[in-house]
Write a protein that binds this ligand. Structure first.
Ligand code: SF4
Ligand code: SF4
Length: 172
């Protein structure tokens, strides 16, 4: 026959008391949160208020873009892809893609932009099922005829500039 410890009843009472006490403490926390201020919301029916300093999805004002590519150069993970028809202020942005499967939302691209045409907005919702779908196209899609027309315009402007410089009288 095994001998029970001398203070077995005392131990039993201590355990029962510990059980009751911890249950009450747990319930106290639950009740406090039950009647306290809500910290969760019924998303997506209820949307959170996003502060203006939030770094969310990018927005590009391509009319101000001078195609300097400083944004892409400063991106630490190289997730910005730019293509253009022409260069500089006269160029046309034909592709401006951000790969959000890599983006760190660090804002270095927007900080580097000299014309402030790139910024990180308050937009945060971008639900995608596949990694390939995380690339967002920020530039307006252009048709081939629009690109060709732009290139012709650039070539004409260049030719006019050259002709004007030839006609200009040489300074002695
Ligand atoms: S926020 Fe950072 S990681 Fe994202 S595109 Fe800009 S520079 Fe690259
Ligand atoms: S840094 Fe600004 S102006 Fe230069 S290519 Fe990027 S978005 Fe355009």
């Amino acid at each position: 026959m095994t001998r029970r410890p001398k203070n077995a009843f005392r131990l039993y009472c201590t355990d029962v008391w510990a059980g009751i006490y911890t249950t009450c403490v747990g319930l106290g926390v639950t009740i406090r949160y039950l009647f306290g201020k809500n910290v969760t919301m019924l998303y997506p029916e209820v949307r959170p208020e996003i502060p203006p300093t939030h770094r969310g999805l990018h927005a590009l004002d391509e009319s101000k873009c001078i195609l300097c590519r400083l944004c892409a150069t400063n991106c630490p993970v190289g997730c910005i892809a730019i293509e253009s028809a022409g260069k500089g202020k006269t160029g046309m942005v034909t592709r401006y893609d951000v790969d959000y499967s890599q983006c760190l939302f660090c804002n270095l691209c927007a900080e580097a932009c000299p014309t402030k045409c790139l910024r990180l907005t308050e937009a945060y919702s971008m639900i995608r099922g596949r990694r390939e779908d995380c690339v967002l196209r920020l530039a307006r899609p252009k048709s081939q005829s629009e690109i060709d027309e732009h290139m012709v315009k650039l070539a004409r402007r260049e030719a006019e500039k050259k002709a004007a410089s030839k006609e200009a009288p040489e300074t002695p």
